[in-house]
Ligand binder design. Structure first.
Ligand SMILES: [Zn+2]
Length: 270
């Protein structure tokens, strides 16, 4: 009897995942339209999305943001990547830059839309808190040049807790709070989930769907294979535990985001 009950629960859970997945393209378009319309004040098509993904290291784009990048590109949005370091912690910067370009080619981001920053004060170091002023100025310069209407980055826990990831969130929050980012530019932070949810792969989808978020992106098996192929371009990072990550992490399959609210336009610091 109990075996029958467990089988019913498992099958129901899998059926639930299938239902969410089937309706996902429609709900994703609706969420994106809503986010863009709230920012711009008028109806905006999904293909008008000009998204900037801000990461700290080569490999962040596929380890953490692949479902979003793949879905946005499928919807004909324009996706740019700003990576704030070359990932030189083990003196492999040159190799990692090339790996990033290869990974983006697999994900579908054109080389002309990738920017990798090399700055001595933005070291790849899990203990280094980057300057909010410096990171803010780099992001703002990029925003002004390309007129993005969506910026996606880490949240205050940085998914992995890496100090560089958290520094980007602090800088974007600062820009938002001080009203420096145009109101029509939607700012989104990637939700950090607990360790259990982080490693249950596609089984996390109902929880991501149930818990409140502003945007949820999930991909098909084909999309997952694309994300995995992108990760395999980061040859210098393919240690044994990375294979476990690629196999079990929900971030390879699902991303959820929350809005970073804009502050008042005329905010001044005295
Ligand atoms: Zn990173």
């Amino acid at each position: 009897m109990s075996v029958f009950l467990i089988a019913c629960i498992v099958l129901s859970y899998l059926f639930w995942i299938k239902c969410i997945y089937r309706h996902h393209p429609k709900t994703l378009k609706k969420s994106l339209k809503h986010l863009m319309t709230v920012g711009a004040g008028s109806e905006t098509a999904v293909s008008d999305v000009r998204a900037l993904i801000v990461t700290a290291h080569p490999d962040d784009e596929c380890m953490f943001f692949a479902p979003t990048i793949i879905r946005l590109l499928q919807l004909k949005a324009s996706v740019h990547l700003l990576c704030l370091s070359e990932g030189n912690y083990y003196n492999q910067g040159a190799q990692r830059k090339q790996e990033l370009c290869d990974s983006c080619a697999v994900l579908g981001i054109p080389a002309s839309q990738i920017t990798i920053v090399q700055h001595k004060d933005l070291p790849d170091d899990p203990k280094a808190k980057w300057s909010i002023a410096l990171v803010s100025s780099v992001i703002m310069k990029h925003l002004r040049t390309h007129s993005f209407n969506m910026v996606l980055t880490f949240d205050g826990k940085g998914v992995s807790g890496h100090a560089n990831h958290i520094s980007i969130y602090n800088a974007v929050s600062h820009l938002a709070f001080t009203g420096q980012v145009p109101q029509d530019c939607c700012l989104l932070s990637l939700v950090t989930v607990d360790l259990f949810r982080k490693y249950i792969f596609f089984l996390d989808l109902p929880l991501s769907w149930l818990l409140t978020s502003s945007l949820c992106c999930t991909i098909s098996c084909q999309g997952y294979m694309q994300a995995k192929a992108a990760m395999l371009c980061h040859r210098s990072q393919l240690l044994w535990f990375r294979y476990l990550y690629v196999t079990f992490s929900r971030y390879m399959f699902t991303n959820t985001f929350r809005i970073i609210p804009h502050g008042p336009k005329d905010f001044k610091i005295y």
